[in-house]
Write a protein that binds this ligand. Sequence first.
Ligand code: CTP
Length: 417
Amino acid sequence: MAENVRPKLESYLPPPILKLVKEAGERASQLGMGVYLVGGVVRDLFLKRPNYDIDLVVEGDAVRLAHVLANESQGKLTVHSRFGTANLRYPDFSIDLATARREIYGRPGALPIVEPGRLVDDLIRRDFSINAMAICLMPQRFGDLIDLYQGKQDLEKKLIRILHPDSFVDDATRILRALRYEQRLDFRLEADTEILLRRDVSKLGTISGDRLRHELYHILMKEPEPEKVFARAEKLGVLKQLYPSLKGNSRLGQKFARTRRLYKRISLATIYLCLLVHEFNENELGQFIAYFNLPRTMAEAVLHTVRLKAKLCELDNPKLKPSEVYRFLRPYSAQAIRANLVATESPIAEKHLKLYLTKLSSVKPLLNGDDLLKMGVSAGPQVGEVLKALHEARLDGVIKTRKGEEEFVRSMRSGGP
Ligand code: CTP
């Protein structure tokens, strides 16, 4: 008989989510469909880790069920009819509904052919036993655990295990996913899974740059200590296969840890990415950008990182005036400056980079072009020149008030300072 986890589920899910998944079960039952909670949220329920990315699999028409739920609950509905999926978004959480699918893999690395199926078809196509459990939501069986691949046992043994020997061949992104879960949860690869992962590591070469970038970014964005994933990937020969110049050594670990200490309230993923490529030369970097098809802002951040690093010795000069620091750093993206601040070994350069980020980048004169015209500065290039001089004087602390700025403009007009 199936284990029933109703009490666990009721205490794990926040009340509004619980209400909705119960509703989903009742409506599905009335419509002659089946609906199940699946994937990461079931895994995290047993691990007692919060996860409010709710995934439901529907035996039947997921889009139809989503319409019914949207009408009753005021969720914002987005539908992808072609894939038989829908998303319901609420202020604090979101629910994905997908029609149960059967996948047929053709060529390694290619996306699979998909057709509607039963829950069991949907579970067998999943990556690891711990992600392949489901909980029944229909009222008659609410809370019944469906665990066809001993996922719960693997959770207890702290193991990452694939469901069949060709899993990594079918989808080599699972190689990176395996390491991500292993390091995040402090699990181990099950012995056969590790053998197959090592055997199939070259299959990463069958994955498109866009999908690889997505996985890479996922590691950088969602993992609390991404350096652990890179260190493990290096050890298993995965990193070399992913991109030969990448390194997962302890130096990278120190830089990532320092990033977390330095920047507490901003998203770190792009800074981490910049640090991954910080030691690359421009040639290697150009190939990296093309291989992972980096979007423009990311490409700019990594390029600026490497270019700034090459010239950073110019900041290693204690005599620089703030306005000189400003002029030197202004062309570089903030993320590249942050990454260089993490990585530099020069205390003087570090001080200048910090000064720029915390102060100089936001210094502005109080007077604007109109004010200058009113003060008698003649229209044309002169306005820009006076504003620039004012800005520099502000940066260097020569003037501190509006009155000081006005005096500065007047003295400029009379030939000084
Ligand atoms: N999945 C899979 N193979 C993939 C990607 C996803 O089998 N290549 C399945 C897994 O069952 C996974 C679910 O789809 O649990 C949802 O995918 P995703 O949101 O990426 O994973 P989560 O388990 O929710 O992981 P995370 O906690 O990192 O968000």
